[in-house]
Design a binder for this molecule. Structure first.
Ligand SMILES: [Zn+2]
Ligand SMILES: [Zn+2]
Length: 280
């Protein structure tokens, strides 16, 4: 029971206004402090812009902030997001690469809106941006815009028809594959972990490829997971020698129904992740 006696809330997956969350980094840290969190990772999508503010607020409130970013990927593997821990917010080359990702994502969606308009679908970029609320733009936002205009009867239908890969509205991705995301994190001295594996299509097949590229962790403790999914991820972690990580994926809108620090993450997780950094 030793680990329980020293247990305290740890949250290794959170978002601020700097990507698609609703709180500033400092407000996020204040909220975490109010909930007893002692170690928190700010993991905004494709950016490290909020880390310095979070670290400063954390220093005042006694919260250790681990810098991170959640990298979105584009591939046939579904929503495979890669969390990169311990990457350096002052790494200029990495920031260049992240900016490239952010700009390409926006440009791609702009192009798709243009094509949709040419095809007679009246969706506006302004509305798509509103739906995204400043977050990482993607096809889900286009699907929502199409749905609210009545062009499809269901959100998924948009993906299967108007936004499908063989549709004239489709613009090919310019982004990272899951493997490239893992490699990018490693290249910049970080420790990569696969976020919310439940959204990956073909998890068992993808995992060995990512492990070969340097994947060090897998998010086992996650609000989206059933008990079975957590057990499955813990088993996959054992099989592939990965560190089970976890967090709330808090965005501030309550969409996952989980508040900061509410997902149990074993304290030894931090040391295990750090050891993967040293051996990188
Ligand atoms: Zn994600
Ligand atoms: Zn996330």
């Amino acid at each position: 029971m030793d680990s329980l006696s020293v247990a305290y809330p740890i949250d290794l997956h959170t978002h601020s206004l700097c990507s698609d969350g609703t709180l500033s980094p400092a407000d996020l840290i204040r909220r975490a402090a109010g909930r007893g969190v002692r170690v928190l990772s700010l993991s905004d999508h494709d950016t490290l812009a909020g880390v310095a503010e979070a670290v400063a607020a954390g220093a005042e409130l006694g919260i250790r902030v681990i810098p991170a970013s959640e990298l979105n990927t584009e591939s046939e593997w579904g929503d495979a997001h890669v969390l990169g821990y311990f990457i350096d917010p002052a790494d200029v080359a990495l920031e260049e690469r992240l900016r490239w990702l952010r700009e390409n994502r926006e440009r791609r969606i702009e192009l798709m809106v243009e094509r949709l308009n040419q095809l007679g679908y009246g969706v506006s970029l302004e509305r798509v941006l509103e739906i995204a609320q400043g977050g990482a733009l993607g096809r889900p936002h286009l699907a929502e815009a199409l749905l609210e205009k009545g062009y499809v009867r269901a959100y998924e239908e948009a993906f299967d028809t108007i936004l499908a890969k063989d549709s004239p509205a489709y613009v090919a991705r310019i982004g990272l594959t899951p493997r490239e995301a893992v490699e990018l994190v490693r290249m910049h001295g970080g420790v990569p972990s696969l976020a919310h594996p439940g959204t990956v299509v073909g998890l068992e097949a993808l995992l060995p490829k990512l492990v070969a590229a340097g994947l060090a962790g897998i998010e086992a403790y996650c609000g989206d997971h059933s008990l079975e999914m957590t057990e499955r991820c813990l088993a996959l972690a054992r099989t592939h020698g990965l560190v089970p990580t976890g967090g709330s994926d808090f965005h501030g809108r309550g969409e996952h129904g989980v508040d900061l620090g509410a997902i149990f993450v074993p304290p030894e997780t931090i040391e295990m992740l750090e050891s993967r950094r040293a051996h990188a």
